[in-house]
Design a protein around this ligand. Structure first.
Ligand code: UN1
Length: 502
């Protein structure tokens, strides 16, 4: 039973005694001796979720050395045996969905249901990548020479630096670590310092499942440690999800080192509601896209384009539902939206909203003002909808919070032009049953993921996930796309000697 960080068993609810954080280095759980890290509950920032000490440079060196040592053995382990470990780890996550899902909610702030759902989702991701073991391992091509065969096989890259964000503390790490390990790589992982507890849980599941020592190391550290990990001479490739500014820094560093890098960064995703849409459905989906996880998904709906004939009716429906959302302690029954991840995030988002609503052409439809209630002293923000008369920073800048910016469009053409009017291009949603509009959206809206009649967020493990435009860099994630990043091909010409021409 994985218990490294302390109590996770719950008899009738989460035990709120602070957990202790450990690093996993070269197969050993260690306390670390860097600065103290205090991990707090964003709904009640005086409440400590976990405490530990940051990892230091020598921990990083040891983790990378252990990874390099074990890599040849892990790469030579049959794919099916590696897959079995991922499957077992999935079983452990499934067995712990409740206690770990509650810890996730406690630590990150998404609702209990979302926390539990995320742990379950991580299990599915591990299972999907385990199932890759039974799919074709490469391709065989005909040769222009008699008797010869040309094989294109996939080989692991080596040591992968995995750097993950706060907003999906287990799902995003799972979708990077599972394919990395499944294809025979070894991993040194630095999760966001805001959610270290769930990182420990995922690492515990993998260790418990039988992962050999050194194949995965977990270092809890600050951004500077992440930077040193990415540039470490013993690292072969880097996968990152997080902010655009950090991502671009990593891309530049990896460019200098000619090191493969994959980044998933910002989004400013639009939902488009056309005049034939089912407005009830669209309102529910836009609400989910904009306010689940308090809008802290790179796939969240942060822009809305409504076609003029239905705009008044739709906005009335949407703002009424947004205002009625129950915001509060994410672990409490009935809460529909929890806090954002930290007081700093709350203040940054609030500042951007205040600056926006002070500008001409920005009309606050609902939310927008901080809570003054004693129980809402945590990192809470209300679901906020603003209507914009034209271009505005609220239309362009990713706020990563529960803020939706709306513009009206005269017709379908203008609606798609507005949806596409962003430097980002991760996802979009179009609400319509008009096949011509669907075809036009598929053609014109430059995004990596397009939803018809469903919210902009969401990603199934067996299909490619990722960007267009400036939302990302490098090969996509998930599905078979993951193989493109986590392996390199080797072209093997196989010619039996007896075929040599006489
Ligand atoms: C989802 O939409 O469920 O950081 C997943 C993010 C994305 C993952 C989104 N990389 O929010």
């Amino acid at each position: 039973m994985p218990q490294n960080a302390g109590s996770s068993a719950t008899a009738g609810g989460l035990s709120r005694s602070a957990r202790s954080l450990r690093h996993l280095i070269a197969g050993e759980w260690r306390s670390g001796d860097g600065d103290e890290l205090v991990d707090v509950n964003p709904a009640r920032p005086h409440e400590t979720v976990a405490v530990g000490r940051l990892a230091q440079d020598r921990d990083l060196d040891q983790a990378v050395d252990a990874a390099r040592d074990v890599f040849p053995r892990w790469a030579a382990t049959p794919h099916h045996l590696r897959a079995r470990i991922l499957d077992r780890a999935a079983d452990i996550l499934d067995a712990y969905t409740e206690p770990w899902g509650e810890e996730l909610s406690w630590e990150e702030g998404k609702t209990r249901a979302e926390g539990i759902g995320e742990v379950r989702r991580a299990a599915e991701i591990l299972r999907y990548h385990a199932s890759e073991a039974s799919r074709p391992a490469g391709e065989v091509f005909a040769s222009p020479r008699p008797g010869e065969q040309i094989q294109v096989i996939h080989r692991p890259l080596g040591v992968i630096a995995v750097v993950t964000p706060f907003n999906f503390p287990v799902a995003i790490p799972a979708w990077k670590i599972a394919p990395a390990l499944g294809y025979g790589n070894v991993v040194v992982w630095k999760p966001a310092g805001l959610v270290p507890l769930l990182a420990v849980r995922l690492a515990e599941a993998l260790v418990e499942a039988g992962l050999p020592e050194g194949v995965l190391s977990l270092l809890i550290g600050d951004g500077a440690l992440g930077g040193r990990l990415v540039e470490h001479p013993g690292v072969d490739a880097v996968t990152f999800t997080g902010s655009t500014s950090v991502g671009r820094g990593l891309i530049a560093a990896c460019g200098r080192l000619a090191r493969p890098v994959q980044t998933e960064m910002g989004g400013k995703n639009a939902a488009v509601v056309l005049s034939d849409a089912d407005l009830e459905l669209a309102a529910d989906e836009v609400l989910a896209g904009a306010f689940r996880a308090a809008g802290q998904k790179c796939t969240a709906t942060s822009r809305l384009v409504v076609e003029e004939p239905v705009a008044d009716e739709f906005l009335a429906l949407l703002t009424e539902r947004a205002a009625a959302l129950r915001v509060g302690d994410p672990l409490e029954e009935g809460t529909e939206m929890g806090p954002v991840v930290s007081l700093k995030a709350r203040d940054d988002i609030q500042r951007a909203v205040d600056a926006g609503t002070a500008r001409a052409g920005v009309d606050l439809l609902t939310g927008g003002r901080p809570y003054d209630d004693e129980r809402m002293r945590g990192a809470f923000l209300p679901p906020t909808v603003v209507e914009l008369a034209g271009d505005d920073p609220l239309w362009r800048e990713e706020l990563f919070g529960p803020v939706l910016s709306v513009r009206r469009a005269r017709d379908i053409r203008e609606a798609f032009t507005l949806a596409d009017d962003s430097d980002y291009g991760l996802s979009a949603a179009v609400f319509t049953d008009d096949l011509r509009a669907v075809a036009a959206a598929t053609e014109q809206v430059d995004v990596g993921v397009l939803h018809i009649n469903s919210e902009t967020a969401g990603a199934d493990p067996h299909v490619p996930f990722g960007r267009a435009k400036q939302s990302a860099y490098g090969p996509k994630e998930q599905g078979r796309a993951a193989r493109e990043f986590f392996t390199r091909t080797k072209t093997v010409y196989v010619r039996p000697s007896q075929w040599r021409e006489q």
